[in-house]
Design a protein around this ligand. Structure first.
Ligand SMILES: [Zn+2]
Length: 120
């Protein structure tokens, strides 16, 4: 399964980072494009399952979907494609080319603070 392999890959990267920092990861944010079909629910489930018994256990995974980008052929403006009506928001032209879909990226990892003095 695509999502399982993906989850394992993410955990590998997060674990390495956690080891470097000697910190426990509590949250990670990834982003992906529209065409790179990732099922949030399946990925979250696979991620949770794959973290069992690792230092990533219990951490949250946040998935952000990035809009497909296009470049206007009239004015070279880059804009997010809105499937409801595709035209350049800058000059109104309907001639554009689609840019490559956003890859799946690990955007950030949040680690547990080592020192916690008092309440906030
Ligand atoms: Zn334009």
């Amino acid at each position: 399964m695509h999502e399982t392999a993906l989850a394992q890959g993410l955990i590998e990267v997060i674990s390495q980072e956690a080891e470097k920092r000697h910190a426990k990861p509590i949250r990670a944010k990834i982003s992906c494009g529209q065409l790179n079909i990732v099922n949030d629910e399946v990925l979250s489930f696979a991620f949770e399952a794959a973290t069992q018994g690792t230092r990533c256990e219990g951490m949250k995974l946040q998935i952000e979907h990035k809009a497909l980008q296009a470049e206007c052929l009239a004015c070279n403006q880059t804009f997010a494609v809105d499937l409801a009506g595709v035209r350049c928001p800058s000059c109104g032209a309907e001639n554009f080319r689609l840019l490559p879909d956003a890859p799946l990226l690990l955007e950030e990892i949040e680690f547990e603070e080592g020192v916690d003095d008092g309440e906030g």
